[in-house]
Design a binder for this molecule. Sequence first.
Ligand code: EPZ
Length: 427
Amino acid sequence: MDSIKVRGGNRLSGTIEISGAKNAVLTLLPCALLTDEPVCFENLPRLADVDSFMHLLNQHGASTMLEGGHNGGFGRKMTIKAERIASTVAPYDFVRKMRASVLVLGPLVARAGEATVSMPGGCAIGNRPVDLHLKALEALGAEIELAAGYVKAHAPDGGLRGGTIAFPFVSVGATENALMAAVLARGETVIENAAKEPEIVDLCNCLVAMGAEIENIGRATLVVHGKERLGGTTYRVMPDRIEAGSYACAAAITGGDLMLAGARGDDMRAVLAELRDAGAEVEETGEGIRVAADGALKPVNISTAPFPGFPTDMQAQFMSMLALAKGTSLLTETIFENRYMHVPELGRMGADIEVSGRSAVVKGVDELVGAQVMATDLRASMSLILAGLAAKGETHVLRVYHLDRGYERLEDKLGAVGADIERVSEG
Ligand code: EPZ
């Protein structure tokens, strides 16, 4: 099990190339199941979850061809061809490792008329049910049965038919499954209270490139006019706004100056606004987004929310940064019920953070001290790396397999801009 050692105190400076977005890729890859023609995705990040999804697609009978990217593998290409669906089962072994596997549900029911997908189960940050995914498919005529930890979904004989899906609250994954089912349903589907995240827009743009017809892309009410079939396409994955936001926090917490090449400001308005409020200098250029800070940061109060609000996936990273601000910040996590697993670990580094329910009061301290800490989930891992970059002495982050799910070659990217960081591979 690998770990990462960081010796803090260096100001980061230089350019970090932002990779393709993990949370876009994980909903784009299953789109290939919707057609028998080849679909080619460009700008793929080198992440554990991408490899896992590739194996899941193979399990369904799709062929996958991966071509290396530039500069040692950044920006890989994958061509997927699901000429026929050999299996409509997504076994527990896949789904337990990567809950995004549930995103094959909509495409399989739409293309093959059925799917048997293991229930994903909870994870470190919360229970994370899929009831809204199932209700969306039922609204399109699917019959759903739950048995032995699996969801069995069947389309009616004539296949899925258009309907109205009204989500009681925003769900990114449920919106994604609803879209991937509706594009092959007979007739019109209206999706109300749809998620508006940039990754949803990327999904819609890819589906349209495959021949789908979707109105109001990027808005809360989507209208899908179902098609008989979709075709292949070549699609470039959007840049990762959460990776970019994470490295922006690295610049701020170290008093550094980083150019986040390829980052898109429109994907990150709420994050950039809070960085500015915390005292960082943020400049958008043709190359990307430059973030710089010199000296102490100011406290800010943040409440996570669905896009365009402040993303829950940036809460842990901001908490590390604010642990060293001059004053007290209040963070409120409104999306997941248990997304403060990083707090006790930051506390062991000297942070002064008090959690009460969904809120965390972060009292800025003068310094953090390096320690051996345990990663518990993807974004918590990044918050520990960020704290280590600014802490006195050495921080040893264990269980970095969490990190490898969402950050492509993190130690290479941070090392190249001056971090004293190394990966320790233990067998
Ligand atoms: C996606 O997860 C992202 N993952 C998450 O990123 C992100 O935090 C989340 O959206 C919110 O933006 C991927 O895109 C692969 P949701 P998802 O459905 O789709 C509840 C990361 O760090 N809910 O929007 O699972 C759910 O429990 C990951 O990159 C139901 O109750 O999130 C949560 O409380 C973490 N029933 C809330 O809704 C459902 O059927 C939002 O979840 C579905 C969700």
